[in-house]
Ligand binder design. Sequence first.
Ligand code: GLU
Length: 464
Amino acid sequence: MIRTRFAPSPTGPLHIGGLRTALFNFLFAKQANGEFYLRIEDTDRVRSKKEWEIEIFENLKKLGIIWDNEAERQSERGEIYKSYLEKMLKEGTAYYCFCTKEELDKEREELMKMEKAPVHQGKYRNLGLEKALKKIEEGEKCVIRFKCPLNKDISFDDLIRGKIKINTSDIGDFVIAKDLNNPLYNFTCVIDDFEMDITHIIRGEEHIPNTPKQILLGEALGFTIPNFAHLSLILGKDKRKLSKREGSTAVSDYLRQGYLPKAINNFIAFLGWNPGTEKEIYSMDELIQDFSINKISKSGAIFNIDKLDWMNGMYIRKMDINELVQKCLPYLKQKEGIDNKKVVEAYKDRLKKLEDIAELTDYLYQDMLNYDKELLRWKDMTDEEIKESLNNALKLIEHADNIQIELIEEAKKAPSIGSFMWPLRVALSGKKASAGPAEIIEIIGKEKAIIRIKQAINYLCLEK
Ligand code: GLU
């Protein structure tokens, strides 16, 4: 059975890159009727925070990326790691190293001088456990290192990148634990992936250098080695690694702004994956069906916010209107006499994200509009002409039965449609862009509309 996992470190919010890793692992497992596990890698006790763990859980849930296990925490698995460390020390595949920082610095410096890779030479690799334990008893400080096989080629078939090969002489004896109770990432990761029967590891390319180390550890422990797939970086529009430079990278910010989970998933799926067809709008079920590791690109994926805006707009327009109204409520003001459903109906086609509705519709809820009277002017109309046009509108609205149709008829009689519609629309909205006059009147009601038009006429009567 296929089993994947997402293994975030709770040292910050769930970000776009993490979400993509989670989503791809989820899709891959679900497609094969397998399982998707969640593991919290919180061995870094200083940087790991409970609040980030909760944040990650909540955001994954909001996005419908649901894990099949009881989420595991590495901080609660200390005994397991300890017993594996003891086993390795006993078997001699790991050893205590007593090198001081100064010694290590000097070693590195000398290797660099000789133009060699700064790989640790393993001064204590043959000391033997008994002698090491004696030194520890005497109070000497140490760490635990992996005894790396000498001059051995390690290779793996990355499911995205193909064969990746490295020689152990470029790795050296790396540290796997500060002590029995403080194992480090490469070690805990290997133990957990084995203990949790993980078959496929899909993660960011920054982990490529860790993979040979993890394979070596797995081999030393006699574990079955999982399959690996490393995702390319997510880049900003400037082709540099995505960062706050181009807006937020925290998933929660996108949710807060009213990007819909379905749109976010759809968009994120396309960060590196492409079905190779024209189809761009994918439900989660369709993603599960069509997702394929073979179609993931080796080159960097560009995070294009315009595409997310476009996709989100598509999802907003497809949404059932009552559901959309509910989703918009947190962004809308409330006012007696204003039907929020009408507001949403008038504006849903213009929304890139739900949050946009707040600014677009603020004028509907205001008692007095505040705008520059110059905004009322269409082309080179004089104040008198604008006033006349607004007065015509006023009379019409006072008596109209079907405002929409009658406004259009009236506009046709004017020197141009704009010369009638523009001043009226600005009088009603105080904005350069807004819903059309009839829609606004429908929302705010005739009485308020009349007050607003009179207010505009008054503006025009004031001296400059
Ligand atoms: N905790 C690691 C990270 O957040 C995960 C590494 C892995 O997937 O193996 O980058």
